[in-house]
Ligand binder design. Structure first.
Ligand SMILES: NC(=O)c1ccc[n+]([C@@H]2O[C@H](COP(=O)([O-])OP(=O)(O)OC[C@H]3O[C@@H](n4cnc5c(N)ncnc54)[C@H](OP(=O)(O)O)[C@@H]3O)[C@@H](O)[C@H]2O)c1
Length: 248
């Protein structure tokens, strides 16, 4: 059983909490956010205590409700509130924060000397798998044409960051990205490989934010089997695939 404290209870955190609370082998013990409006809200719908995140409240919470891991869906600033407690208590950390600065990245690497860390600005299993599969195919068939198509809801103004990441990982120009803005599409990314006599399409559809929770659980389960270090989602996925191939 992996006992977890969740940091952040916003749009993503609430969906992640639902997944953590309903996954066998994982126990969601408490949730921390910046502010708690009133004592009435001191329990979440998942039936776990809700705390306001400061170093003092966290230390107190870890005494009463010890956990094996923290999962962070809050903001970059929270890392510096809980970082040293993670180190001292050798907690695992899965952080999904996408806006870490260079200093934060160094700090995460440093924490990885003392405990197990997974930090990824993209935590869905599906997108990470798509990127890996696309990289493999690109390596096998560098002569194939590559196009990336991303589709999102009408109001999304900018090119998808994930599409740009896919382009970078395949070493193709961002001009190869086509963005379609249509109605209420949550998010679709497609990589099309054009061969002379065949076409391969790799597609990922986002359906619900709970997918972030599925990725966090994957990372927790993989970290629990690993030694100290600061890993990316890709590292964990690659190791898992390698083990699967060797076993098969
Ligand atoms: N890697 C991925 O695939 C992925 C996917 C989704 C989201 N994310 C990341 O997850 C984070 C949250 O996204 P969101 O859409 O859920 O945002 P949101 O709706 O604004 O929610 C943020 C939550 O974090 C809490 N929080 C913010 N700063 C905090 C701090 N210093 N200490 C404690 N709690 C703090 C907020 O508390 P209050 O409500 O009290 O202010 C709120 O509960 C963002 O960094 C986003 O980039 C990453």
């Amino acid at each position: 059983m992996i006992k977890v404290g969740l940091i952040g209870y916003g749009k993503a955190g609430m969906a992640v909490a639902r997944v953590l609370a309903s996954t066998p082998g994982v126990r969601l013990c408490w949730i921390a956010k910046r502010q708690i409006p009133s004592a009435v809200d001191a329990w979440t719908v998942e039936g776990v205590p809700l705390i306001s995140l400061t170093a003092a409240t966290l230390e107190q919470t870890l005494q009463c409700h010890p956990v094996d891991a923290l999962v962070d869906f809050s903001s970059a600033a929270a890392l510096h509130i809980y970082g040293e407690l993670v180190r001292q208590r050798q907690l695992m950390l899965v952080t999904a924060i996408s806006a870490y600065g260079e200093d934060d990245q160094w700090y995460l690497q440093d924490l990885g000397r003392d405990t197990r860390i997974m930090a990824s600005p993209n935590i869905t299993l599906g997108i990470n798998f798509l990127i890996l599969a696309a990289r493999l195919l690109r390596g096998i068939a560098p002569f194939a044409d590559v196009e990336i198509i991303e589709q999102h809801f009408r109001e999304k103004p900018e090119i998808s960051g994930t599409a740009r990441k896919i382009a970078a990982s395949l070493s193709v120009e961002e001009e190869r990205i086509t963005s379609l803005r249509l109605g209420g599409i949550v998010g679709q990314h497609e990589v099309v490989f054009g061969f002379p006599h065949q076409t391969v399409r790799l597609t990922h559809d986002s359906i619900r934010r709970e997918a972030f929770g599925t990725g966090a659980v994957f990372a927790l389960q993989e970290l629990a089997r690993r030694s100290k270090g600061c890993y990316s989602f890709d590292d964990l996925l690659m190791q898992k695939i390698r083990e699967g191939l060797l076993a098969g």
